[in-house]
Design a protein around this ligand. Structure first.
Ligand code: AMP
Length: 113
């Protein structure tokens, strides 16, 4: 089932896009939890972390290298940041199109509240 993120990929709804290539798209989170809060998504629809396969390994690796680039571009690479992928209800996943949060720009505190 398509989500709002597919509409962002298709440019059917606006987003503040910061990076795009053949495999992934990155854009600012609409409700940022920190000065830097960016989402990286695969262009291919993958619902959750449970649904990844070996065929997705290039895309998943790209998400990591793009995360490192975005961290550097936003000057949080040295100060530090957190990468989060939520999965399903207990993980707090709200949008069922796999995405990695890059969060930084302030002290994030303990890993879990
Ligand atoms: P998650 O809880 O991991 O599924 O996170 C979903 C994230 O998507 C939340 O941080 C939302 O603020 C963000 N989000 C939802 N709709 C949009 C949108 N149209 N543009 C940017 N970010 C969005």
């Amino acid at each position: 089932m398509s989500t709002i993120f597919s509409k962002i990929i298709a440019r059917e709804i606006p987003a503040d896009i910061v990076y795009e290539d053949d495999l992934v798209l990155a854009f600012k989170d609409i409700a940022p939890q920190a000065p830097v809060h960016i989402l990286i998504i695969p262009k291919q629809e993958i619902a959750t972390a449970n649904d990844v396969t070996e065929a997705d390994e290039l895309t998943l690796g790209r998400m990591m290298t793009v995360a490192a680039k975005i961290a550097k571009d936003n000057n949080i690479d040295e100060s530090g940041y957190r990468l989060i992928i939520n999965c399903n209800e207990d993980g707090g996943q709200e949008v069922f199109h796999l995405h990695m949060h890059i969060i930084g720009g302030r002290k994030l505190g303990a890993m879990l509240p």
